[in-house]
Design a protein around this ligand. Structure first.
Ligand code: VGL
Ligand code: ZN
Length: 213
């Protein structure tokens, strides 16, 4: 019976000024730092996922010869065409400079396979391959996750839904998430969907109160 705090894709490219800027994305960095402080005080491990694409990734509009924000098919799966973002080793792929990185004990890299996207920190979008996250958590007897980060309607949502399917108890720090909102209601709908599937929506204060030693 253990917990972990999972920080999703708090990378420069998802913050204002970045290649796939999420509105208000940088506002969650302080939330992440405070959540991390509460987690570390309670002995809860902190894991960070990073979107980590090769430059020729098939989800990039420029590589697909499509318009950014449009949709199509990538290797048999529905795909949104994104601006090139989080290219391995680039500055935009780095974690946000204000994020307290010393608290992070494990980094999970995803999206490295050229022909498939990977919103979830557990599986690619076709559930063809797993990352090492589930094994890593099992090895530490973690069965409950607190999740926050970017973006609500993509990587947070798919990570949370996979975690629930895998049997984890999941809570989402809703004040620590921001959405891409290609359609204006996407973020709100993603929150409802996560809640309907069994995730608890909580605030940062609730997380810190419940974890206070
Ligand atoms: C994400 C779109 C493409 C995310 C990653 O982190 O939510 N969204 N790649
Ligand atoms: Zn991506």
């Amino acid at each position: 019976m253990g917990k972990a705090l999972l920080l999703i894709d708090l990378q420069q490219d998802f913050c204002p000024g970045g290649a796939l800027a999420v509105p208000g994305g940088d506002q969650v960095i302080d939330v992440a730092n405070q959540a991390m402080a509460c987690a570390l005080r309670a002995g809860i491990p902190v894991v960070a996922s990073l979107d980590w694409h090769p430059g020729n990734h098939g989800s990039f509009a420029v590589n697909a010869g499509q318009d950014v924000g449009g949709t199509g098919i990538l290797d048999g799966l529905p795909q949104v065409w994104w601006p090139a973002h989080c290219v391995q080793g680039s500055e935009g792929a780095q974690l946000h400079p204000r994020l307290d990185q010393q608290g992070i004990i494990k980094r999970i890299y995803k999206g490295q396979q050229e022909q498939i996207d990977s919103y979830s920190a557990f599986f690619d979008n076709g559930h063809r391959r797993q990352t090492e996250l589930d094994d890593w958590l099992h090895a530490r007897n973690v069965d409950h996750l607190t999740v926050m980060g970017l973006a609500t309607d993509y990587c947070v949502k798919f990570t949370v839904l996979d975690a629930l399917s895998l049997g984890y108890g999941v809570e989402v720090i809703s004040t620590g998430c921001r959405a891409v909102n290609l359609s204006p209601a996407d973020g709100r709908q993603a929150m409802s969907e996560m809640q309907a599937r069994g995730a608890a929506l909580i605030t940062l204060d609730e997380f810190c109160q419940r974890t206070a030693p």
